[in-house]
Design a protein. Structure first.
Length: 316
């Protein structure tokens, strides 16, 4: 028997394997941000990361495999198709300066076509297929945000633009909201409170930020409507959240923003395009005490939450 391969015959032996440093799939998911469904798909479909198995079928991963998963995420971030990554890893190919044809271009155009036809089923299938093999962070960076940017260009002065916008935003909120609802049923601890502080209903940036935070194991409370001064503090008093994140894509009433955050002592974040509208005034708030942390988009917001240790139950 290979001494490096854990061969376990009982639950006690499984626990001993964990004590020896082998990692269960839930811990690998927590540390890497890749959900268990995606890890299993990488194993079955592409042979990217093949864990050891106990006789009872438990998957066990090593620290070396954690490093391999991180390398996979790096390649995905470069726009490399998941089907091509195994050869790159096994051959230790040096990373190219640029990647040419992106596998995301065709998928994005298919999504644009489905949205133009108001074809919810096709859009659902395209998203589900990508979600099965890509982690949320990669999917947000490579597909969803570029798709939103392309749609905004498409909708400039186009007849039927509002119809497409309402269709897509409704689909996005329903899709991500359903996932986050079931995610929250499995979580414990103080939630991250996210509030839509835009005048835009179904704010897509809010839901993408929530999706990324939820994919990292963070419990969530989402208010898809602005709160007046005083009531945000009331929500914080009742929910006792680990942090408050407001998402705004429009110009803000800055005096009202200050009153909105008055008395809130937990970490405070403001995310969205509003950051670029009020750069100087918001910088003053960013250096106040307690500071207001600023993030321009969902990816930056997610990175900020991670750096502040507000994900994975790490909240103080």
């Amino acid at each position: 028997m290979n001494p490096d391969r854990p061969h376990r015959d009982s639950d006690d032996d499984y626990r001993q394997a964990l004590a020896e440093g082998w990692l269960p799939i839930r811990e690998v998911s927590r540390r890497t941000g890749v959900n268990p469904v995606t890890l299993r798909a990488w194993e079955r479909r592409y042979g990217l990361v093949v864990p050891q198995r106990t006789p009872k079928g438990h998957r066990l991963y090593s620290e070396t495999q954690i490093e391999r998963i991180q390398a996979i995420l790096t390649w995905l971030g470069r726009g490399v198709a998941v089907s091509k990554i195994r050869a790159l890893l096994d051959e230790d190919t040096p990373p190219p300066i640029e990647t040419s044809a992106s596998p995301w271009d065709d998928l994005r155009q298919q999504c644009v076509g489905a949205i133009g036809r108001l074809n919810e089923r096709q859009l659902d299938e395209l998203f589900n297929g990508a979600l099965a093999i890509y982690p949320a962070l990669t999917l947000c960076e490579q597909l969803m945000l570029p798709l939103l940017h392309e749609l905004e260009r498409r909708w400039q002065g186009q007849f039927g633009a509002q119809l497409e916008r309402v269709f897509f935003y409704t689909w996005l909120r329903t899709k991500l909201g359903t996932r986050l609802y079931h995610h929250n049923r499995q979580q414990r601890g103080a939630p991250l409170l996210l509030v839509n502080q835009s005048d835009l209903p179904l704010e897509p940036g809010l839901w993408l930020t929530a999706w990324l935070a939820g994919s990292a194991g963070c419990p969530l409370e989402i208010f898809d409507w602005p709160l007046p001064p005083g009531e945000l503090a009331l929500a914080v008093e009742r929910l006792q959240p680990r942090a408050v994140l407001l998402y705004a894509s429009c110009a803000l009433n800055l005096p009202q923003l200050s009153r909105l955050f008055a008395g809130i002592e937990c970490p405070r974040l403001l995310a969205g395009p509003a950051i670029a509208i009020h750069p100087e005034a918001l910088q003053d708030l960013a250096v106040a005490e307690p500071p207001l942390h600023l993030a321009s988009d969902p990816l930056v917001a997610f990175g900020l939450l991670r750096d502040l240790h507000l994900l994975n139950g790490e909240a103080p």
